[in-house]
Design a protein around this ligand. Structure first.
Ligand SMILES: [Zn+2]
Length: 237
């Protein structure tokens, strides 16, 4: 093959790989199937907390949300629900929306069909055993999916939900830095005339997520001062 042909093939393959990564991993991509992000009302905001329940942060977060009468969404990991059933029940009893975040938090874009099904069905069963009632929302770990992930979720009665504001709060950082990312994200969403779906983390199990709890207090105060309304992703289905 002539050098220019080699280059052309490499560019073509690079674009294909790039497109696959975009479709599989970009949180708001719709290429592999519909994923709920947010509605078109920029005054709406959803606080979503992943990777719990976590006894090192979830109780403090529940207290804070109750104090401010804010309803949030918790995407729970099935094996942690099995380990912390009372805390999982407390989240549900407080009226928050509960979502499925798989049994063990793998990158589903790289797993077998059987494993994808067992991860999602297992978490549904764990949540239903502990909390009762049907689970309706699903968030793939890392937002990673491929078409079969979305299809299996749908077969199990779940709507897949990602986000449009990310804070990287799974890395240790001060609350102020989480707040700053949320403010920037909401500003961007308002400019694009869309609601804000904010990804935060109260888990994983035993992780110190207190900066996320502290940031939440400021995010709530900001949102109330700006006349925003707290919703859960069900509002955007
Ligand atoms: Zn997660």
């Amino acid at each position: 093959m002539r050098p220019e042909s080699v280059a052309a093939v490499a560019v073509g393959a690079g674009l294909a790989v790039g497109a696959w990564f975009y479709a599989a991993l970009y949180p708001t991509s719709q290429i592999f199937g519909r994923v709920v992000i947010a509605g078109d009302d920029p005054a709406e905001l959803a606080l979503t907390y992943d990777d719990g329940p976590n006894p090192s942060a979830t109780p403090q977060l529940l207290d804070l949300l109750a104090k401010h009468h804010v309803r949030a969404t918790f995407f729970l990991i099935g094996e942690y629900v099995r380990e912390q059933p009372a805390l999982a029940r407390e989240i549900a009893a407080a009226g928050h929306s509960i979502g499925n975040h798989t049994m063990t938090h793998p990158w589903l874009s790289y797993k077998s069909v059987a494993r994808i099904r067992s991860e999602i069905a297992g978490a549904n069963a764990a949540i239903e055993d502990v909390i009762g009632g049907g689970v309706k929302l699903f968030r793939p770990p890392h937002g990673a999916r491929r078409p079969v992930v979305l299809r299996i979720a749908q077969e199990l009665g779940l709507t897949t939900v990602n986000w449009n504001v990310i804070t990287h709060d799974w890395r240790v950082q001060p609350a102020a830095s989480i707040v700053e990312k949320v403010r920037n994200g909401i500003r961007r969403n308002r400019a694009y005339v869309r609601g804000s779906n904010i990804l935060l983390h109260d888990g994983a199990l035993y992780q110190p997520r207190i900066p996320t709890v502290e940031a939440t207090e400021t995010i709530i105060a900001d949102a109330k001062a700006d006349g925003m309304r707290f919703v859960t992703p069900e509002a955007w289905l």
